[in-house]
Design a protein around this ligand. Structure first.
Ligand code: ADP
Ligand code: ZN
Length: 617
């Protein structure tokens, strides 16, 4: 079967996402690859599809037990034989699984790095045909990253022992230069095909709020989004306890997670969350590594985290299915002090020599400053984050609390006329600064020297602040109402579109930040969210109730089969069922996320339900 058929048949998708096809093709050509893609971009498919096409076994090395289990269950759900070998298996289970593996039953095997060089596993590997080693979370090999795992260094040693070197495919979401180089060097990748896809997660809404009553804000949100699954991150265990207890008292299906609980309780609570028995998780930042739950619809930060890296990683656990999710930070001035305390008392730093320790602390303080600015900026929040990670956004995303509340559409026709008129009257001889200073009425030697104080537009925009004039000027340049020459002294010139502005033929509007003393707003950013479905589309009442019924059916099946609901079908798939209203098998197979196998297993039941209620077309 070719890659497109596999994608449709097993995963139910019609097209590849950015980067996937490139990586798959290179792997199939026998070339090593390194894929740097943000969480939720779809890294797994990049090695799973070639694994199904190659003759032999693919080993997937992953650091996290919970993640392995989830991935393997997901594959089994899709009708693909896969297994995992890690410490969660009893010796009996392990031997049995190894036996099946020897028989060639599993094209894909997940294995913990610690296990690679054990006698039993090695014996199996040496007599099997290992065609690919996929290294997930490959940044764990680097000491530069935050998640260094010494056991990752064993991967190369293991590969060295194999009779034929397999293709090595490495994946990570961490993109700094040092980490990237380390992965290539330490995993001995041979001129890998490399791809880095964008860090922007368009389906995530970003919001900052500074409500007086944080708990009230969360409660209000939960009431408006019944049934939605989400995470509430708190700075300390104590706050986790408080918030969770209050929520439970008020009847919300919440659970908690922090390092102070027993292993047993942590495990249970995590499962309750994953299986949607307790869709709301209140946790410290100890929670989340390796959680692969795709239908997380909101991530609250009940307090400001210590840096933007952590924030983006934690917020990024929302919306992994590509459907809209909301990431809202509830900020309080006190959070800075709490975080400063963490920095000054970081136990991990105690063992460092004084100089290194001071350097590390200074770096952490700087990161905290950047995080704090995020909470008070008036700019587009997404743009702020992307710029921090070295990417350029568009300075207005339309899907963050600042863009939605701090920006307004302003009619700038009058200002545009003055700026363009001023350029025209001085015979297009000057640059941006002179023009802006002129219309602003600057009384300087330069302006007088150029006689711009005699220009009829001199001082005509005295009341508009200079930075705004600059923004308007930039907008005019971007939209080609004016142009700049490319010489050393860039001079403003008219364009063919200039006259239409002067004659009043067109009006010019632009998005501008509102002026406000207090940037962070108390009200939630999004309007009308109550009626919005995970698709972000406005649903009719009827569709909303259909969605609820589909969700209930999904829950029933999940309970019976003892799998997390999102492994039955994702929120996205259910949403598309509401939109497409399939009435036949063919139509059902057109729903993203419904492959042949899943149709037989679950799709039929959904189809029947839709038919019996007369929902299908
Ligand atoms: P990552 O490992 O990069 O964080 P995953 O591999 O877990 O991401 O994929 C995230 C989600 O995206 C999953 O629900 C997966 O099924 C979905 N997905 C992956 N590839 C595609 C695709 N080509 N079309 C639609 N959805 C996809
Ligand atoms: Zn924005």
């Amino acid at each position: 079967m070719d890659k497109y058929k596999l994608l449709k048949q097993y995963f139910g998708y019609d097209s590849f996402r950015e980067g996937q096809e490139f990586l798959i093709d290179n792997i199939l050509e026998g070339r090593d690859v390194l894929g740097i893609m943000p969480t939720g971009a779809g890294k797994s498919i990049c090695y799973q599809i070639p694994a199904l096409m190659m003759k032999g076994i693919t080993l997937v090395i992953s650091p996290l037990i919970s993640l392995m289990k989830d991935q393997v269950e997901g594959l089994n759900q899709a009708g693909i034989h896969a297994a995992y070998f890690n410490s969660s298996l009893t010796p009996g289970q392990y031997r049995k699984a190894l036996c099946y593996a020897r028989e060639g039953r599993y094209p894909i095997i997940y294995v913990a790095p610690e296990r690679l060089l054990t006698e039993e596993f090695l014996a199996f590997a040496l007599e099997s045909n290992i065609v690919m080693v996929a290294v997930d979370e490959a940044h764990c090999v680097s000491q530069w990253g935050q998640d260094f795992r010494p056991s990752y260094l064993k991967i190369v040693e293991f590969i060295d022992k194999l009779p034929i070197r397999p293709v090595i495919a490495a994946f990570t979401a961490t993109a700094t230069k040092e980490v990237k180089e380390d992965i290539i060097d330490l995993l001995l990748l041979r001129t890998p095909a490399l791809i880095t896809t964008g860090f922007d997660r368009k389906n995530l809404y970003f919001g900052v709020m500074a409500p007086k009553d944080r708990y009230g804000a969360v409660k209000n949100y939960l009431e408006c989004h019944p049934g939605d699954s989400g995470i509430i991150y708190c700075l300390t265990r104590k706050v986790v306890e408080e918030v969770c207890e209050k929520l439970l008292k008020e009847g919300f299906a919440a659970t908690r997670y922090h390092a102070g609980l027993t292993d047993e309780e942590r495990k249970k609570n995590q499962e309750d969350f994953i299986y949607d028995r307790s869709p709301v998780m209140v946790a410290t930042n100890a929670f989340g590594m390796g959680i692969d739950k795709s239908n997380v619809r909101f991530v609250f930060h009940y307090g400001m985290p210590k840096n933007l890296e952590s924030y983006y990683q934690e917020a990024g656990r929302g919306g992994r299915d590509g459907q809209p999710a909301e990431c809202i930070l509830l900020y309080n001035g006190q959070d800075v002090i709490t975080n400063q305390f963490f920095i000054e008392n970081n136990q991990d730093n105690k063992e460092l020599d004084p100089l290194t320790r001071e350097t590390v602390m200074e770096r952490d303080r700087e990161r905290l400053r950047i995080m704090t600015f995020y909470c008070s900026t008036n700019e587009c929040l997404r743009d702020y984050i992307l710029r921090y990670f070295g990417e350029y956004g568009e300075n207005y995303c339309g899907n963050c609390s600042n863009c939605l509340s701090q920006f307004e559409t302003v009619d700038v026709t009058k200002m545009a006329k003055a700026l363009i008129g001023c350029v025209k009257e001085c015979c297009q001889r000057y640059g941006m600064n002179v023009i802006i200073e002129t219309v602003h009425g600057a009384d300087t030697a330069k302006i007088r020297g150029y006689r711009m104080n005699q220009n009829s537009f001199y001082g005509s925009l005295k009341e508009v602040p200079v930075y705004k004039l600059r923004q308007i000027m930039n907008a005019l340049l971007m939209k080609s109402y004016l142009a700049l020459t490319k010489d050393e002294y860039a001079v403003l010139k008219l364009t063919e579109k200039s006259e239409a502005v002067l004659s009043g033929e067109i009006e010019i509007t632009m998005k501008m930040a509102k002026e406000q003393e207090h940037p962070a707003k108390v009200k939630t950013g999004r309007k009308g969210r109550k009626e919005k479905m995970p698709s972000g589309m406005d649903f009719s009442k009827k569709e909303k109730s259909l969605f609820e019924r589909l969700r209930t059916l999904r829950m029933e099946i999940a309970r019976k089969e003892k799998v997390p609901p999102y492994l039955v079908f994702s929120d996205k798939t259910l949403t598309h069922m509401c939109i497409l209203k399939p009435g036949t098998k063919e139509e059902m197979l057109r729903v993203p996320g419904v492959g042949e196998y899943k149709f037989e297993k679950y799709g039929k039941q959904f189809l029947e339900m839709m038919r019996s209620k007369g929902e299908g077309r």
